[in-house]
Design a binder for this molecule. Sequence first.
Ligand SMILES: *[C@@H]1O[C@H](CO)[C@@H](O)[C@H](O)[C@H]1NC(C)=O
Length: 124
Amino acid sequence: MKKRSASVVAVLALLGLATALTVVVAGPAPPSGYTKQEDVGSDFIKQVGKFAVNVYKIAHMIPMSYLSTSQCWSSPAGGGANNYWMVLRATNWTGMAGSYVSTVWGIPGSESKTWKLLTFNGTM
Ligand SMILES: *[C@@H]1O[C@H](CO)[C@@H](O)[C@H](O)[C@H]1NC(C)=O
């Protein structure tokens, strides 16, 4: 009897762990205001992701390489500009791929030198 209740507790603990892991796999959620889901398969969103990695890389002199974007949401910023919030993967100088959350400001269709990197942080 005592043994049985211990295993019930163990199963409940495992279920709790599974729930916690699911949350981690789902990844970070966009901040409020980022309501438009962007197409992460589009060339445009790939360029926005590459821009974020390149600007961070140059600013911090870290050899990094853009890999992919898994989530991107935008929020209107006025004057035809948007803020873009994205979850992307990139390698650092160790060659290891990591997950990063970045926000970028820019006007779609404008030159990349007018774009601005707002934030760039590792996730986990
Ligand atoms: C390189 O990226 C990996 C994956 O995100 C990370 O675990 C590692 O700490 C990073 N290395 C350095 C030196 O920042």
